[in-house]
Write a new protein. Structure first.
Length: 480
């Protein structure tokens, strides 16, 4: 029944997207859509997702990080779902706490603020006082476990039906995202697991004076309630007046974020997998505060080695090495035509060789159908690489916010050099193709390329695709 309800509510959008390609759905030319139309439809879609409930909000947040699947302006609209989740009532929160501890709020906390300081898709956060200490109390939404189970099943059934009709890589990728979500969401529904991850990440950054990970109050941690130290700070994307007055330097903040994620990806192998501005704050003294450890990905040493080997191949321009790396990383769909992937990689290397991804260059690429080939290629990002791409997008967005001349490569190089010894230790057994200093600098360069050039290109591509939609020209289309 839930699958039917969801399908019926989504049906008008499905038909609308189909008409982007064929006016009469089964025939006719594409409809001419204006940028205003796409923006309005994106906002309407987000409103519907919010109305469908917390599971679909969370799913949309995950899918909204997939720039390889979702075009603009839908990508940006989905990204705003982080801030559009209505809070549940204080009475429901109080009831959950009472059930979790067997005691009312007033017996547990000296003060408990009724107005939440944050409301997310699966839980919400209240500030409180515990034994003289300022804390935050994260409480799971009532009955969310049952809602998630029902909605994941409904989503899977809907996509399975769609896959029978349109078995393309984008539908397959969406099915993979749903499957990945169904596996990982269980961890987000048990705050004891989140507490363990927070402890581990806190230990990993214990020696880094520029990063704060709030301490967990384990004696107060339950499956549906998590208590941590309260840390004063501002969202990382709201530092305008602090930067203007010199209280903090925006470039220093961005460098700290980049170093933190390089360490998690290449050294620690435990990756904070929900990188968005709401989960990153800056304390008044300029230190970075990392929040929300419900989504975390472990990157095994073998996976990190394969990533590094693929990086080396890309640096050398080794097409066969890159294809082999893609295959080992699970980027290439099983049964794909290897020669087609080789051709695609050659074209990608040619694109990567253009350090200045100008609008004119991208117009030529669209005319040459290179981007269409990328869109239709049997390539898909595995979950851990998706999270890495999300981080690259975060860093690029922050960098350009605080420095109009931001260059991710210049930022990444010195950071990776500083981390050289720790990277080598964590990847012991790897055999770099050149000297130690060379390969570390080259890794940093590629990280910078990912965070900088690719993301900027993505934004330009999205703009160009929007232009093509308005003019009815060839190229990729929203809803394709």
């Amino acid at each position: 029944m839930r699958a039917l309800v969801v399908s019926l509510r989504l049906l008008p959008f499905v038909l609308s997207f189909l008409r982007d390609r064929r006016r009469w759905i089964i025939g006719g030319g594409p409809l001419v859509r204006s940028n205003t139309f796409h923006q309005r439809r994106a906002e309407q879609l987000v409103a519907l997702i919010a109305a469908l409930g917390p599971t679909f909000v969370k799913l949309a947040q995950v899918i909204g990080a997939r720039a390889d699947l979702v075009p603009e302006p839908y990508l940006s609209a989905l990204g705003r779902l982080h801030d559009q989740v209505p809070p549940v009532s204080y009475e429901e929160i109080a009831r959950t706490i009472n059930e979790s501890y067997g005691a009312p709020i007033e017996k547990l906390f000296e003060r408990f603020d009724e107005i939440p300081i944050a409301a997310a898709s699966l839980g919400q956060v209240h500030r409180a006082s515990l034994a003289g200490a300022e804390v935050v109390v994260k409480v799971l939404r009532p009955s969310v476990e049952k809602m998630v189970a029902v909605d994941v099943q409904a989503s899977s059934r809907i996509l399975a039906a769609v896959a029978k009709r349109w078995p393309n890589r984008h539908v397959i990728a969406l099915q993979g995202a749903i499957s990945e979500f169904s596996v990982r969401v269980g961890d987000e529904l048990d705050f004891r697991k989140e507490a363990a991850v927070a402890d581990e990440i806190r230990a990993n950054f214990a020696a880094n004076a520029r990063v704060i990970v709030p301490a967990v109050h384990h004696e107060m941690t339950r499956q549906r309630v998590l208590v941590l130290d309260y840390v004063e700070g501002r969202r990382i994307d709201m530092l305008g007046d602090w930067v203007a007055t010199g209280k903090v330097r925006g470039t220093d903040v961005v460098a700290t974020v980049m170093e933190m994620y390089i360490q998690m990806m290449l050294i620690d192998g435990l990756f904070h997998a929900d990188p968005h501005p709401g989960n990153l704050m800056v304390a008044p003294d300029g230190r970075l505060v990392l929040l929300d450890f419900g989504m975390a990905v472990r990157v095994p040493r073998e996976q990190r080695l394969r990533l590094v080997e693929t990086v080396f191949a890309a640096i050398r321009g080794d097409v066969e090495g890159i294809v082999g790396g893609f295959e080992s990383l699970g980027v290439v769909l099983p049964g794909s035509d290897r020669e087609a992937i080789v051709i695609l990689v050659r074209k990608l290397l040619a694109i990567a060789g253009e350090k200045s991804m100008t609008r004119e260059r991208l117009e030529r690429l669209l005319a040459d159908r290179v981007l269409a080939e990328i869109f239709d290629a049997p390539i898909i990002l595995p979950s851990d690489l998706v999270y890495f791409a999300r981080t690259a997008s975060l860093i690029e967005g922050l960098g350009t916010r605080y420095d109009p001349h931001f260059n991710a490569i210049e930022f990444a190089g010195p950071i990776a050099v500083r981390l050289r010894g720790r990277i080598m230790t964590s990847l012991k057994g790897a055999t770099p193709p050149r000297s130690t200093s060379d390969w570390v600098v080259e890794i940093s360069g590629l990280l910078g390329d990912v965070a900088g050039v690719v993301q900027r290109a993505g934004k330009e591509i999205a703009a160009l695709v929007g232009t093509r939609l308005v003019t009815g020209g060839s190229g990729l289309r929203a809803g394709q």
